[in-house]
Design a protein around this ligand. Structure first.
Ligand code: ARG
Length: 592
């Protein structure tokens, strides 16, 4: 697998690391493979620092080294650094930190290059060809709750970051479309609709209510229960009528889910649990042959080191379960789909399940043992969505919140805010609608993504739709304002990109330029560690740093003799902001 780093031209940290790597080879020739430790720094001595000296010193002291302590090692690392147009100056501080001040000219040139060649040149290059992102994954005939909304939003962002990194992404909706509950649903369908083929959304209405009613029937009437249990057997045996009824129930659910995906602009490809069903027996058989599957209390299980309960792969009644399906799905993704990174997005409650499945796969030799090796699997867990009362988010009547209603409310609230701003008179109905959608849905997504995903967060419309603070509304408006600066200048920005030059003369310009350049390494970090909030923090800071630049009278844009360079900085900021929005699944707006 290629490391791809050679082509990673946009990533400042990677480029500096290469220079330091060269220096380390000369500084300590007897210590091969020392990984350069380069980090961005906020100190007044530099933009980046190399932190190898201290660690190296403890490795080499006493080995007859010429150096007298870590600062001397730092000094040598500095002196052996190959000359590069990237670096303006270098200094050693404290116990041996090597600080680098980037060259302003180089920074300006890099930004200009991005403007001309496009933001894709700043994309990460992970050593992955194909990834599976398993996300959203609601259950047929049950409600799609806020947990699934989180999974949908987070999973879509991760998929987008990988796609931006030129990874082929299989966006998998692992819907719960199999299991014993279908017997009861099918029997209930037959009972309610003798011509069951006619049953559709309009006839059934709310599938959740249908589920509840059938469950009541199942619990109350032993004869019905008996029939339901037979229905499962007939469905699993592939009997046509039962298959068709099942397919119909799935279809009705699917249409419901689709309404949410459509509003969110999220694309998924369904391969539900049922898809992997035919693969389960062979997979369990193979694991059994390897001696991994053992008998325990009538069930067949895999014991996992360090976990006190085993992973049940065949229930005591001989049936398969969630874990058997996940093992078969993992096998399929590795062997049939040849994915080298498989990512699962669910609430943290399922962490142990995935931990056990992954460990079983390692025991079986499907996955390598080392952490940094591929193919690899990752569980992306997330916390709860809370209501104002600090409890699990529900509506007044303690029912789960219907996601479609929630998204509709976000849209109608942001529409009301636009009307209040007088846009009703200024804009066409269509402009109002599309802006209200961008802002409303963007607000819901951003409120979710900006938190570290592992923490719980409180759902609050007023907060997420506030036009001040760290919200999508504030950021979208900030972007629209930058676009309006460029429009008001009356200049053709495409022409300026090629004819004008970016200049980072003023400190506020340089600060903005540095932050722009750091986009590449931030996306890479967000993508590698599967943390969308890292990108949100970056975006919010970008907007703040831009404000500082733009509101400084010394950095006047329109009408100043530095207009061209500053307009190009405005454009670069807008380009980077748009890419961030795009990666977060948020539609940018261009005027306000
Ligand atoms: N349907 C499951 C749920 O609602 C999520 C499935 C996640 N994906 C998986 N491969 N297990 O909790």
């Amino acid at each position: 697998m290629a490391t791809g780093e050679d082509e990673c031209v946009g990533n400042v940290k990677v480029q500096l690391a290469k220079l330091f790597e060269a220096s380390l080879k000369v500084t300590v020739p007897n210590e091969p493979d020392v990984e350069p430790l380069v980090a961005a720094c906020t100190g007044k001595f530099g933009d980046y620092q190399c932190n190898n000296a201290m660690g190296l010193w403890s490795k080499i002291k006493g080995k007859g080294t010429q150096f007298r302590g870590p600062p001397a090692v730092g000094e040598a690392i500095k002196n052996n650094l190959p000359t590069s147009e990237m670096i303006e100056s270098c200094s050693v501080a404290g116990p041996g930190f090597v600080n680098v001040v980037l060259s302003k000219n180089w920074m300006a040139k890099s930004i200009q290059k991005m403007l001309i060649e496009g933001i894709d040149t700043w994309a990460p290059m992970p050593p992955v060809k194909r990834a599976v992102v398993d996300f959203s994954s609601p259950n047929i005939a049950k409600e799609m709750h806020v947990g699934h909304l989180r999974s949908t939003i987070i999973g879509d962002t991760l998929a987008r970051m990988l796609e931006f990194s030129k990874v082929e992404v299989l966006r998998r909706n692992h819907v719960g479309d199999w299991g014993t509950q279908f017997g009861m649903l099918i029997e209930f369908l037959f009972e309610k609709f003798p011509n069951f083929e006619d049953a559709n959304e309009t006839a059934i209405g709310d599938l959740q209510a249908f589920y509840k009613a059938s469950k009541q029937r199942f619990d109350a009437d032993p004869a019905f229960k008996e029939k339901a249990q037979q229905a499962v057997v007939r469905l699993q045996g592939g009997e046509d009528k039962y298959r068709r009824a099942w397919a119909q129930i799935c279809e009705i659910s699917r249409n419901e889910f689709h309404k949410v995906y459509q509003r969110l602009g999220v694309h998924l490809e369904e391969k539900g649990e049922s898809f992997y069903n035919p693969y389960i027996p062979e997979v369990i058989e193979a694991l059994t042959k390897q001696g991994l599957v053992e008998e325990s209390q009538g069930a067949r299980v895999i014991f996992i080191e360090g976990v006190n309960i085993p992973l049940i792969v065949v229930k005591s009644d001989g049936g398969f379960n969630y874990a058997s399906t996940d093992l078969a799905a993992l096998w399929y993704r590795l062997n049939e789909e040849k994915a080298d990174w498989i990512i699962y997005v669910t609430d943290v409650g399922q962490q142990q399940h995935f931990d056990m499945v992954f460990k079983a796969a390692k025991r079986a030799g499907w996955l390598p043992h080392g952490d940094g090796s591929y193919p690899k699997t990752s569980h992306v867990g997330f916390g709860l969505v809370l209501g104002e009362d600090g409890k699990r988010f529900r509506t007044r009547n303690t029912e789960v919140v219907r996601l479609v209603d929630l998204l509709d409310e976000a849209k109608s609230r942001s529409k009301a805010a636009l009307i209040e701003r007088g846009k009703g008179e200024e804009w066409t109905e269509e402009e109002i609608e599309s802006t209200a959608e961008a802002v409303g849905y963007g607000a819901v997504k951003y409120a979710d993504l900006k938190n570290n995903r592992l923490t719980n967060y409180t759902f609050n419309f007023d907060q997420m739709l506030n036009d001040k603070g760290n919200t999508a509304v504030y950021l979208l408006y900030a972007h629209a304002r930058i676009c309006s600066i460029i429009r008001r200048s009356g200049k053709d920005i495409e022409e300026l990109k090629n004819k004008g030059t970016v200049v980072l003369g003023h400190k506020d310009e340089r600060d903005l330029g540095l932050h722009l350049l750091q986009f590449a390494e931030v996306v890479e970090e967000a993508c590698t560690n599967l943390l969308p909030n890292v990108l949100c923090d970056y975006l919010y800071n970008l907007s703040e740093i831009f404000s500082k630049f733009y509101s400084n009278p010394e950095c006047k844009v329109i009408g100043s003799d530095m207009e061209t360079g500053r307009l190009l900085l405005c454009e670069a900021t807008a380009v980077v902001m748009r890419k961030c929005f795009n990666l977060l699944g948020i539609t940018p707006i261009y005027k306000i």
